[in-house]
Design a protein around this ligand. Sequence first.
Ligand code: GL7
Length: 824
Amino acid sequence: MSGKKSAAPKPDMTVKQFKETVIKHLRSTLGTYEEKASKQAWNQAIAASVNEFIFDGVSRTRKTHAGKDARAVHYLSLEFLMGRLMSNNLQNLGLYELADKAMKELGFELADILEEEPDMALGNGGLGRLAACFIDSMATLALPAIGYGIHYEHGLFRQEFFKGRQVERPDQWREFGSPWEICRPESEQVVKLYGYVETVYENGGSHKVWHPGRTMRAIPWDIPIVGYGGHNVNVLRLWESRADKFFDWDVFNSGGYVDAYTESVQAETVSKVLYPNDETDAGKELRLIQQYFFSAASIADVMRRFRNAHGNDFSKFTALNALQLNDTHPAIAIPELMRVLVDEEGISWAEAWKMTRETFSYTNHTLLPEALEKWPLRMIQHVLPRHMEIIFEINARFLKDEVETKWPGNDGIKRKLSIIEEANGQMVRMGNLSVVGSHAVNGVAQIHSDLVKKDLFPEMNELWPGKFLNVTNGITPRRWMKACNPRLSTLIEKHVDADWPRYLEKLTALKPLADDSKFQKEYMAVKHANKEDFVKVIKELTDVDVSADAIFDVQIKRLHEYKRQHLNLLYIMALYRRLLINPDYDMHPRVFIFGAKAAPGYYLAKEIIFAINKVAEKVNNDPRIKDKIKVVFLPNYRVSLAEKLIPAADVSQQISLAGKEASGTGNMKLALNGAITLGTLDGANIEIAEEAGEENVVIFGMDVDEVVETREQGYNPGHYYQNNEELKAVLDWLDSDFFTPGEPGLLSAVKHNLVDHDPYMVLADYQSYSDAQSKIDALYRDKKAWARAAIINTASLAKFNSDRSIQDYADTIWNLKPIKAAAK
Ligand code: GL7
C-alpha cells in the first residue's frame, strides 16, 4: 500500500459550522425554521450552503480564465442528462461526510434528504449522460470549458405503467425552481428566424442582409459544474427561449388579449420540452428551431466574449476557441458561424471557412440510419433562409474544389458526398455537413470508429486521411462509484490511495486481492448489502418480493429493438418453461431486472414493454416455480434509479446486435461496480473484455463480420424458429392467452416481428445467448470464481474513466491545456 493522499480537499469547515450555515439558510434563504421545515426545505438549505463554496469557485475560475485569455472548448449538446446534483457536488467538494454528520446531529439521514431532489433529466439516454460525465471531467481536469444546451422546462417524460403498458407523464424538474441555477440576464442573446435575404450592392461589390421574420430572446441559466477537488468550477449554460416583446401592449389595448400572448407562447415553446426520441430523427420544424436556437445563442455568446477581449481582430479566434458538436444536433452551428464571420464581421469566405473548419469537431454517436439527421431543404430555406444559401455555397465549393479534384468527373461520388440529397424532394444531410465543416470526426468506441470510416464515410476518410479518430467513451468514477457505491468505495479505500476517483488506474492495486478469500468475502458482502438495499426499492416500486440471494440480472437502457430486450424476454420464458416441464430444473434463483423507457411513438418498443410486464405478472405469481425466477420492470428508469441499482447488479446484459451499439456506457458503470458482462462483441463491450480479460466476461453471439455474412446469405428468421424446439415453443406462447388470460394475441406483435422480419437477428443469436446464460449460472454457483471475476472487473476498468476520454479529446482534437483556477 502506498501513501494515501486525497485529491478532495478537506474544506476548512467543521460539522458545527456546516450545521449553522444550513440553519442560517433555512431561516434567511428559505424563510422557515427547524421545527417547521419540510425535507424539501432542508434540501434547499443544504444546497444553499453548498453554493457558498460553489459560487465562489465559479467566480475564481471565470476570473482566472479571463485573465489568462485562455483557449476554451465549447461543448454543444442538445442533451445533458445530469440527474441529481447535490450528492455529486458534496463529493466533489469533499463535503459529503461533513454534511452527513451535520444532518445526523440535526436528526436527519442525509441520504433521505437527498431523495427530495428531482432528477435533472435533460436528455434521453447514453448520449445525454455522456455529455454530463464529460463536463464533470472537463472541470476535474481544469480545462477551460463550457457546456451549452437548452433549458428545457420539461425534461424526459416520467414513465408509469397502466395495466402493463407505458404511459407518459410530463416531467417537472423545476416546478419550484432549482437551487443550482444562476440566471444571467446580462448575457442575454437575440436569435433570428424566418424572413428573407437581401443582396445589397454597394461600392462595386455586394453583401447579404438577412431580414428576419421574427426574433426571440435567449436567456442563459448557468449550472455550476464542480470539478473533483473543488478547485475548478466550470459552467453548463442552458438557454431559455422567451418572446422578444414579452407582451404586445398595442394588441392588448385594442382588445386582443389572447392574440397578445400568441407570440410569447410560440417563442416559449422552443425551450418547453425535450424531444423524447432516442436514436430516431425527429424531423419536425420545432426541433430544427431548437437546434438553431441554442447553436446561435451559444455562438453569439462565444463571439461576445471574444469581442470583449479582442475587438474585431479575429486573427486569434481559432487559437482561442474550439467548438465540439455532440452528434449532428448542433450542426447548424457551422453555417451560423460562417454567417456571423462573413455577413456580420465582413471576413472573406475563404478565411471564414478556414476558421470554421479549424474550430469545429464532430462526434458521431450512431450508425443507425434512422438516427442520421436529414432536414428537408425547403424547411431550412423557410426557417433559416440565409443558412440555406450558406450551405449551398459550402457544398458547391466542397464538390468543386475537393471532390472534383480527387475524383475528376465522378458524379456517383459527388452524389454520395454532397451535403444535399437529391432524393425525397431534397434533404440536407447533417452528417455530411458536420464532416465537411470539421477538422476532426470521432466515433465513441474503437469498433464504432472503424465502422464510421469503413461503412459510413469511406470516401470522406479517403479524402482526408487522419481526420477520422476514435475516442472511446467513459464515465465519471465520482458519480458512478464514489457517490453511488459508498460501501465499495470504503472497502477500496482500505487498499488503494484515496485519490482513486481521480486516478482510477490505482484500482489495479486490487488485482492481487482477487484470489484472497478474505477480500473476496468482504467484496461480496458489500454486493450483498447493496442488493438488500435494492430489494426494498423493488418492493416499493413494484410490490414484488425478491431475495438478495438470487442473481440480480440487469438490463437497463432505452428500449430499442437493436438493444434486444426481447432476446432477454425469450430466455426468461424459456427458463420458466423449463421449470414448468421439470420442477427440479437445476438453476440458481434469478431476478431479471429491467429499466427502460420507450419513445412515445415507437410502437414495437412499447409492445415489448407490455410483453415483459405480462410475462412478469405470470411468472412472479406462479407458485409452481417456487420463486426461482422473478421479473421486475422498474418504472421510470432514470439516473437516480441507476445509481441505486448499479451497485446491486450481478449480471450486466449488453446484448445488442453486433455493429449496432456505438459504445454503451451503462456497460462500463455496471462492470466497474462488479457486475459480470453478458454481452455481444459490440461497442465498448469489446474493450471491456480486453481490459477485464475474456475469462471475466461472458461473450456470445455473432460478431460484426458474422452479422454481415448472415445478412448477405439472406437472413431467414423462420429457419431458427422451425429448427429450435424451445425457441418455437416460447414464440408460440406469445400467440396464446397464457400471459393474457382470455385475450389471446395481445402479445403477438412481438412474435410476428421476430418470426417474419427480425431486423436485429434476435433468433439467430438466441441459442448462443441461452448457452451463455447457462455459463453465468454455473459461474455464479462457483462463489470464489464469481468473486474473483467481479473483483478483476472493478480493478481493470481505468480505461473507462471519462477523465481519460476527455484527456484524449484535449490532446488529439481540441489541443487544450488545463488552467487551474486561482485559490481564494
Ligand atoms: C448513443 C449510442 O447509442 C450509445 O451506444 C453511446 O454510448 C452513446 C454515447 O456515445 O451514444 N448514440 C445515440 O444516438 N444515442 C446514444 O445513446 C442516443
